[in-house]
Design a protein around this ligand. Structure first.
Ligand code: BES
Ligand code: MN
Ligand code: ZN
Length: 494
């Protein structure tokens, strides 16, 4: 979906559909370039309770006043004093979905004016929302392909010349989100570790990133027993991808680690069918890391970034690891492997200590679809955030507020360490036997593999994959975390 700026008045531009943002109680003509006549028509509709200008409310009209546009869509945004950028994103997300359902390929809108936000901020939010809402995964549709026509153009009607950078930024960000959505939505038998490795290489080459692929032999040599253990039951070889973006020696270095289980069957502790059906999503963390490196490079952020993606399937083949096995990790610590479905923490243990030892980053953040327990605790509207570092928590919460990608902190108390103590090794890969605080005991396990670097863990099990569509998301992969952590990095680079 392309975005263009139309430097013409509302009355001189003719598009198939005009989306008009409506703020409650706003003297419409005053703030926006809509004349009194139109303003009165809208007021009338509101007065007659035909249209309620609350957030996410839409109202379709076949032309309005003397506008030349074939259709006019009123887009509710609520009260000015309660306006947020997230409301703008969601309104335009809903708007794109509606335009898609009308099978229109082009719509226009005016650039909303508000006293609370700069035109640049409003532009970024509206472009993000409209593009995110328009996403559809149609690759495998043959039947009704032409029914699924996608919007290919949004025209922003404005005389403001300062907004083109915001448009570019929003396009880069949303394209990165689409990269994650596409990867998550693709079937596991296609997106093997090898496939994701090749794709990473391709993207890295285009952007001038350094990309190192460690194959099975190299993983063995490095003694990454966690990653190797998980891969044993699969016919696909594991892969460890390292991406590096280093624009400035003097800048901070952040390491991002993403869980890359390209299919999680549970292994020998096989999942039941309903627990397994969406497990192609279990590489969302790794895809998000790849997408964030892409974004950072394209936005030329002034910060050094290391992206680490341990990639493997978790399968129950004849060679699979068995409950009771001992895995010696990259750190040297031994894990008593008691449940093969708690595999994410095994591959992350290697990646986290590898990040700390080899790159000495200032901060480490990992993203992982790690536990069903996190979904029980928080549902699907927020990712779990666990960290011992208060400052890092604050910084991530700030980026969350700014991007509308919600996170909620869960307490990583020291007391949880005893839940992952093993009687025969250093740690065990299951937590409390009653299943208490499963998201936190998983994080507590991970904390054993970060010695001194400020580190935060994001459990995205509930947010990476949508079972029902939202204003800015479709069924399937959401791309959660790309905008959140890019904003975090942007704040860090200042
Ligand atoms: N990949 C799953 C977690 C998950 C569940 C992600 C649902 C997305 C949606 C993870 O590997 C897993 O299986 N975790 C187990 C851990 C348990 C065996 C200690 C779980 O949550 O049940
Ligand atoms: Mn699992
Ligand atoms: Zn998993």
């Amino acid at each position: 979906m392309d975005i263009e700026i139309l430097n013409r008045s509302l009355f001189e531009s003719k598009t198939p559909l005009l989306a008009l943002p409506v703020i409650e109680n706003q003297e419409y003509g005053e703030l926006n370039e809509v004349n009194d006549k139109l303003s009165n028509v809208i007021k009338e509709l509101i007065k007659d309770k035909e249209f309620d200008p609350k957030p996410n409310q839409l109202y379709l009209l076949n032309t309005l006043g003397n506008l030349p546009h074939k259709k006019v869509l009123l887009v509710g945004l609520g009260k000015e004093e309660e306006l947020t950028l997230e409301k703008i994103r969601q309104a335009y997300g809903s708007c794109s979905k509606f335009v898609n359902s009308l099978k229109l390929k082009h719509y226009s809108t005016i650039l909303l004016k508000s006293k609370r936000f700069k035109p640049e901020e409003i532009t970024q939010a509206l472009v993000e929302g409209s593009r995110l809402g328009s996403y559809q995964f149609t690759k495998f549709r043959t039947k009704d392909k032409d029914q699924l026509t996608k919007i290919n153009l949004l025209s922003i009607i404005t005389s403001n010349k300062e907004i083109s950078n915001s448009i570019k930024k929003a396009i880069i960000l949303t394209d990165s989100v689409f990269l994650v959505r596409d990867l998550v939505n693709n079937p596991s038998s296609l997106k093997t570790p090898t496939y994701i490795g090749e794709l990473s290489k391709k993207i890295a080459k285009e952007l001038g990133l350094k990309c190192t692929l460690l194959n099975k032999a190299q993983i063995e040599k490095l003694k990454m027993g966690g990653l190797l253990g998980v891969s044993k039951g699969s016919s696909q070889p594991p892969l460890f991808v390292i991406l590096e973006y280093r624009p400035n020696k003097k800048a901070k270095t952040i390491a991002l680690v993403g869980k890359g289980i390209t299919f999680d069957s549970g292994g020998i502790n096989l999942k039941p069918w309903d627990g397994m059906k969406d497990m192609k999503e279990d590489m969302a963390g790794a895809a998000t890391v790849l997408a964030i490196l892409r974004t950072a490079a394209m936005l030329r952020l002034n910060i050094n970034l290391i992206g680490l993606m341990p990639l493997t399937e978790n399968m129950p083949g004849g060679g699979a690891m068995k409950p009771g096995d001992i895995l010696t990790t990259y750190s040297g610590k031994n894990i008593e492997m008691l449940h093969s479905d708690a595999e994410g923490r095994l591959i992350l243990s290697d990646a986290l200590s590898f990040a700390e030892k080899n790159f000495k980053p200032d901060k480490i953040i990992d993203l992982a679809t790690l536990t069903g327990a996190c979904i029980i605790a928080l549902g699907t509207q927020a990712a779990g955030l666990m960290s011992k570092n208060k400052e890092l928590v604050k910084e991530i919460l700030k980026a969350s507020e700014e991007t509308g990608e919600r996170v909620w902190e869960l307490p990583l108390y020291d007391e949880f360490k005893k839940d992952v103590e093993s009687s025969i090794a250093d740690v065990k890969n299951i937590g409390n036997p009653k299943g208490y605080a499963g998201a936190i005991t998983a994080a507590s396990f991970l904390s054993e593999f970060v010695e001194k670097t400020p580190w935060a863990h994001l459990d995205i099990a509930g947010t990476a994959f949508a079972e029902e569509p939202g204003p800015c998301t479709a069924l399937g992969g959401t791309g959660f975390g790309v905008r959140l952590l890019t904003q975090f990095l942007l704040n860090e680079s200042k």
